[in-house]
Design a protein around this ligand. Structure first.
Ligand code: DAH
Length: 342
């Protein structure tokens, strides 16, 4: 008989335990229903049975049932509150953060050294007021050579240096051997004064520690009414110091390029794989000079009125000097063991 439960029977004790162990509010609702449910609830039934008892017994048991009822209600309410807002103890246990734990670092990639450097080139020259323009990698023989004042029999056209493209009897094309044809395209589509750079890939049949069949250059051009060699030197020195290093060591010396007069070359100090001295060797990184009047005329620009300078930097060589990389070929295979060092 149910009333037996009232004298601290294990069933009440069980109920308290079940309430304490409840894992969710739904579980708690079910327990509450099983005790206080209006029809079948254990407590409800026990109360109903009181009426059959004699007065003395009724009083005694009713008192006890009341106590249990209050206790049960209390522990249900307490448990419900606990389930809704976990105690700070539970929080401390479940949500604790171990600040001494070494979490795996999230790998973050970065640009390859060459495109990273090219972005910097555009930024540095952008600040000096230079426009950026791109020209095709497959170029006509005419723009790659002839319009730049490189005559038909000049050694630069030699099959040794150049990748020719089959032409099926049409005008011959080449994989451009330098970014200089960008100058011609720009001068033919813009009116001076102007200043611009032309970055991109160039191709030559060459391969050793300082040459690669594909590499990057950026060409520069500044044409105006009073542009001089002194302006050229200022622009180039600024660029070298900003792009490579503040205390970069370099030298200007005369050089010959058919599309400039006078022509100069700039070398920078670097440690090659077989440098014999502590100071290292000189490496040519740029050709430059005052734009040849014939080239200006080829672009319909009057050399009596306009003059200026042009330069062509070798990007990989600057990157090699900047990061002290002894062999140009390390820059191309995409080997992460190499790239992650920077
Ligand atoms: N185009 C030349 C080369 O690839 C480099 C060069 C030299 C560019 C002199 C220039 C220049 O603009 O003025 O070897």
């Amino acid at each position: 008989m149910l009333i037996a439960m009232t004298d601290a029977s294990p069933s009440w004790a069980d109920l308290f335990k079940q309430i304490a162990d409840a894992k969710s509010a739904t579980e708690l609702d079910a327990l509450e229903q099983s005790v206080f449910g209006r029809k079948e609830g254990l407590m409800t039934l026990a109360m109903k049975e009181l009426k059959d008892l004699d007065d003395a017994k009724k009083k005694e048991i009713a008192k006890d049932l009341n106590t249990q009822k209050n206790k049960l209600s209390e522990s249900l309410a307490k448990k419900r509150a606990e389930l809704l807002s976990p105690s700070s103890d539970a929080l401390a246990k479940d949500e604790k953060i171990d600040v001494t734990l070494n979490l795996p670092t999230k790998e973050q990639g970065h640009l390859h050294l060459v495109p990273e450097f090219m972005d910097q080139v555009e930024e540095v020259f952008g600040r000096m007021g230079f426009d950026v323009a791109y020209s095709p990698e497959i170029e006509s023989e005419d723009l790659n050579f002839t319009q730049l004042n490189i005559p038909e029999n000049h050694p630069a056209r030699d099959a040794q240096d150049t990748f020719w493209i089959k032409n099926d009897g049409k005008e011959k094309s080449v994989l451009r051997t330098h970014t200089s044809p960008g100058q011609i395209r720009y001068m033919r589509s813009h009116k001076p004064p102007f200043r611009a750079i032309f970055p991109g890939k160039v191709y030559r049949k060459d391969a050793d520690a300082t040459h690669s069949p594909m590499f990057h250059q950026f060409e520069g051009l500044m044409i105006g009414e009073n542009v001089t060699l002194a302006n050229m030197k200022a622009v180039m020195i600024t660029a070298i110091r900003e792009l490579v290093s503040k205390d970069a060591e370099f030298r200007f010396r005369t050089g010959f390029f058919p599309f400039v007069e006078p022509g100069l070359e700039v070398d920078m100090r670097w440690q090659s794989e077989d440098s014999k001295t502590k100071e290292g060797d000189w490496l040519e990184i740029v050709g430059c000079g005052m734009t040849h009047p014939e080239v200006l005329r080829n672009c319909d620009i009057d050399p009596e009125k306009w003059q200026g300078f042009a330069f062509g930097f070798g990007i990989e060589r600057m990157v090699m000097i900047k990061h002290q990389i002894p062999n140009i070929r390390s820059l191309f295979p995409g080997d992460l063991r190499f790239l992650k060092q920077f």
